[in-house]
Design a protein around this ligand. Structure first.
Ligand SMILES: O=C(/C=C/c1ccccc1NC(=O)c1ccccc1Oc1ccccc1)NO
Ligand SMILES: [Zn+2]
Length: 409
């Protein structure tokens, strides 16, 4: 197995955050001739920001994310699109009618009445409470992801972004892990209306179990999740031996990691595996969940990543020139999550950002450094070199079992 310690020829495209280089008009004109500027749809409205702000555990995060993106003027390079709520019928393409009827029934109740026997049935309880307006919230968030997918299907965009989506634990008939519906599954089902092979990449600290479960027995959707795996750590699934089932066997790929992994090791491992998956699976479209709870400073206190890790993964995926859907997810240090998703947005539109956070309404949230670049911590790395080597070997073995898409066509 070739040693995967850092080599100069990192398979990930390296995009550093450095000082702003505002291009002159001339540069942009030549740039246009040299490379087509990527068309990027960005799902945003005051209504969805207000709905997302109310979400438990991520209160007000939506305002920080959209505020920081606007403070850098990135919306000038984005096709800002107002999302429409998904209909009951659209949601029932994945979710059960009973579950949706229940969410609808509690939508207007105030909080106390929620903790009934029935609520427990649908995954709503003290550690996954539902707030008033939860059904309205689910319709809006999921509608945005489905609409973003529609823009890719209609070839209206090369990339589509919904930082309010990415709720990867949602199940067919229950809420789970603060995910009240699974917008990702509905987005992938929408993409499958036009694209034959969908690659789903989950960069969140937690295993993307809801998406993997939904597509574990098909070879048309390959789910790749890189996540923390530890005794008692939610959701507990996602072992490297978890490869999917039936026709989907080997089309679920899992990269379980331990605490303390940092940018170089994480991005080298993930990008090398992405390149192998591209060769074998040859996807037509990519969906990437960019959960930011693996970043240093998150209350999850697990990985030791900065936004550079996710940036290198996204740059690699963008270099494939396939239609791509970028989604949010976890991320409980709201300032760092905003830093991360603003950085990823800048990569999607191909603009470099100055490291000093611009003056704007939420500037004080970024103290004491007021810088975009997150500084790595000095957390102990529990991933030994041997562990990473063996894991890489095991993942490659699984990927090589996958029939190349020519064979399985
Ligand atoms: O982020 C997730 C899922 C989070 C989750 C799932 C099941 C149960 C709890 C969960 N989340 C949390 O505990 C959680 C979410 C936001 C902020 C603090 C949170 O707790 C703590 C509390 C103390 C330390 C660490 C984490 N999926 O991507
Ligand atoms: Zn998470």
């Amino acid at each position: 197995v070739n040693d995967i310690t850092v080599k100069e020829n990192l398979p990930c495209v390296n995009e550093n955050v450095d000082d702003v280089t505002e291009k002159s008009d001339y540069d942009i004109k030549t740039e246009n001739t040299r490379q087509r500027i990527r068309r990027v749809v960005y799902m945003h409205s005051r209504e969805i920001v207000e709905a997302a702000n109310k979400m438990i555990k991520v209160e007000n995060r939506a305002s920080l994310v959209s505020g920081l993106i606007e403070s850098y003027g990135l919306h000038k390079y984005l096709r800002v699109t107002e999302p429409r709520p998904a209909t009951f019928d659209e949601l029932s393409i994945f979710h059960s009618g009973e579950f949706l009827e229940f969410l609808k029934s509690i939508n207007d109740q105030d909080d106390e009445e929620k903790y009934t026997e029935e609520a427990q049935l649908y995954g709503l309880s003290y550690d996954c409470p539902a707030h008033t307006g939860v059904y309205d919230y689910v319709r809006l968030i999921t509608g945005a992801t489905v609409q973003a997918a529609e823009h890719l299907i209609d070839n209206m965009a090369d990339a589509a972004i919904n930082w309010f989506g990415g709720w990867h634990h949602g199940k067919k008939d229950s809420a789970a892990g603060f995910c009240y519906s699974n917008d990702i599954v509905l987005g992938i089902l929408k993409l499958r209306e036009r694209f034959s092979r969908v690659l789903y990449v989950d960069l969140d600290l937690h295993h993307g179990d809801g998406v993997e479960d939904a597509f574990c027995s098909t070879n048309k959707v390959l789910t790749l999740s890189v996540h923390k795996q530890a005794v008692g750590f939610y959701p507990g699934t996602g072992k490297v031996t978890d490869v999917g089932c039936g026709k989907g066997k080997y089309y679920a790929v899992n990269i379980p990691l331990k605490d303390g992994i940092q940018d170089t090791e994480f991005s080298t491992l993930v990008c090398r595996i992405l390149v192998k998956i591209k060769e074998k699976f040859d996807p037509d479209v990519v969906v990437c969940q960019c959960g930011a709870d693996g970043i240093i400073g998150d209350p999850m206190e697990s990985f030791n990543l900065t936004q550079l890790s996710l940036g290198r993964c996204i740059s690699t995926l963008l270099s494939w020139k396939l239609p791509i859907l970028l989604l949010g997810g976890g991320g409980y240090n709201h300032a760092n999550t905003a830093r991360c998703w603003t950085y990823l947005t800048s990569i999607a539109v191909g603009r470099k950002l100055q490291n000093d956070i611009p003056e704007h309404k939420y500037l004080l949230e970024y103290g004491p450094d007021y810088e975009l670049q997150i500084t790595p911590g000095n957390k102990k790395n529990d991933n030994s070199k041997d562990y990473i080597q063996n894991l890489y070997h095991d993942v490659l073995y699984n990927i090589n079992q996958m029939m190349t898409n020519t064979q399985s066509r």
